[in-house]
Ligand binder design. Structure first.
Ligand SMILES: Nc1nc2c(c(=O)[nH]1)N[C@H]1C(S)=C(S)[C@@H](COP(=O)(O)OP(=O)(O)OC[C@H]3O[C@@H](n4cnc5c(N)ncnc54)[C@H](O)[C@@H]3O)O[C@H]1N2
Ligand code: MOO
Length: 421
């Protein structure tokens, strides 16, 4: 008689995983090697931005009051005394009746209190004089020192993801090198005697291994460095030796398949032989109920036993392995974002467990809408094509109806600090 496993809640399973996160060490990398990394230091503004008052336009730096009576009929004429480009500092200060020709980004010359754009002046005498036919207000068109950020401001806290925008900020403050957390190396092993490599032709009884390739990209998306060790046949001793061998080369290991209660589901035996502590082996969710997570107390490494069924494997990764990888890399926003959405179709399946339905969410007329994609079965692979969210349908109901309000976990969102169902 096979042991009956006792499911724990998804929330409980997530906290068990989070209580076993092993934070990666810090490293210093060059700014262009920090893409998609996670900051291991706070970033403060060590100077004002812009660092000086400057011109946002190509034009002329003038004293605004000189134009107070200017009009179409009565233009004011100013003498151009100098020309400066971005990077230059004017030698002269602007006096009454004078102007300095200035290019975008150049420092505002002393004496000037407004910039007038090139397009609205009339140049005369080979550019030695300009005519202005309207009143220019004091402080018009000045990009002020510190208007972007002031010296001393905390701009980014450690644990922030390095995005292109973050890199612009790092460069602004002279971070040629930046402290980030090392990427965890995540080992991947697919188990199952039925598995063929992607390049092999189909033969009766066999299927191609899709999970490994899916997980490789999920690991990358989560910020980890995938290391794929290939496929293992359903043989206890070989699988045990295979798993044991790769453990020294990885920070965490993901296997797929072999976690259920079948005769050839050897992962539970392998965990036992390794002396691992099983954190859970059944979760109150569909798909992915057999997701198993074990922990090696000696090395602090975690073992994710994801289901072999493609959709279960996908969901198990997104709920548990993805947040673990992000947290081990120090990322604050480690969990999937969620939005409240309106269900676009009836979903009549009764729900004993929480269901995570592959869905497509869209934002229309100020509201999120969530549409299930494909068949909601754990062995289905094609429903993963269009899914950009996992719609959460809490268990214990007779199903859901079009128009019901549901939560949807965004697969491509920015992430959230809290796990929220
Ligand atoms: N008596 C019971 N049987 C099953 C239970 C149960 O509670 N009692 N749970 C079912 C559920 S739910 C799931 S999900 C599966 C999970 O099984 P495993 O995680 O042990 O996975 P396998 O048995 O190895 O494979 C399941 C399925 O997925 C295919 N597979 C496996 N690996 C891959 C891969 N890398 N790429 C693509 N497809 C893969 C495999 O051929 C099987 O069809 O167990 C139920 N049974
Ligand atoms: O674990 Mo299975 O994925 O519930 O369908």
């Amino acid at each position: 008689m096979v042991e009956r496993r006792k499911p724990i809640s998804v929330q409980e399973a997530v906290s068990k995983v989070m209580n076993h996160v092993h934070l990666m060490p810090e490293e210093i990398v060059s700014i262009d090697d920090s893409d998609d990394g996670v900051l291991a230091e706070d970033i403060y503004a060590d100077h004002d931005v812009p660092p000086f008052n400057r011109s946002p336009y190509d034009g002329f730096a003038i004293i605004a009051e000189d134009t107070s009576h200017a009009s179409r009929e009565n233009p004011v004429t100013l003498e151009v005394i100098e020309e400066i480009g971005a990077g230059d500092v004017a030698q002269n200060s602007v006096g009454h009746g004078q102007a300095i020709r200035i290019m975008t980004g150049a420092a505002l010359p002393k004496g000037a209190n407004a910039i007038v754009m090139l397009e609205i002046v009339h140049e005369k005498n080979d550019g030695k004089k300009i005519e202005i036919k309207r009143h220019i207000k004091k402080f018009d068109n000045i990009s002020w020192q510190g208007e972007d950020t002031e010296k001393g401001a905390l701009l980014l806290e450690k644990g922030h993801h390095v995005t292109p925008g973050v890199k612009a900020v790092l460069a602004t403050f002279g971070y040629a090198k930046v402290k980030v957390y090392k990427q965890p190396v995540i080992g991947i092993i697919a188990t199952g005697s039925e598995l063929l490599n992607v390049s092999e032709p189909l033969v009766p009884g066999k299927i191609r291994n899709s999970n490994a390739h899916m997980i490789i990209s999920q690991v990358k998306q989560a910020g980890g460095m995938p290391k794929y060790f290939g496929q293992l046949k359903d043989d206890l001793e070989q699988s045990f030796q295979g798993v044991k061998k790769v453990l020294s080369e990885v920070d965490a290991l993901i296997t797929t398949g072999g976690v259920s209660v079948g005769d050839f589901d050897y992962l539970p035996d392998i965990y036992q032989k390794l002396g691992a502590e099983v954190l859970f082996n059944k979760v109150g969710m569909r798909p992915g109920s057999v997701t198993t997570v074990a922990y090696l107390p000696d090395s602090g490494k975690i073992l994710f036993g994801l289901s072999g069924n493609p959709s279960s494997c996908f969901v198990g990764f997104e709920l548990f392995a993805g947040p673990y990888i992000k947290a081990s890399q120090g990322l604050n926003n480690k969990f999937l974002d969620n939005v409240e959405a309106t269900l676009t179709h009836d979903f009549p399946k009764p729900n004993p467990f929480n269901r995570f339905v592959r869905s497509r969410v869209t934002f229309e007329n100020g509201y999120w809408h969530s549409q299930p994609v494909g068949l909601d079965k754990s062995n289905i692979v094609t429903s993963l094509i269009g899914a950009n969210a996992l719609m959460v349908l809490p268990g214990g109901t007779r199903g859901y109806q079009k128009g019901d309000k549901v939560k949807a976990l965004l697969l491509n969102g920015e992430g959230s600090e809290q796990f929220c169902l």
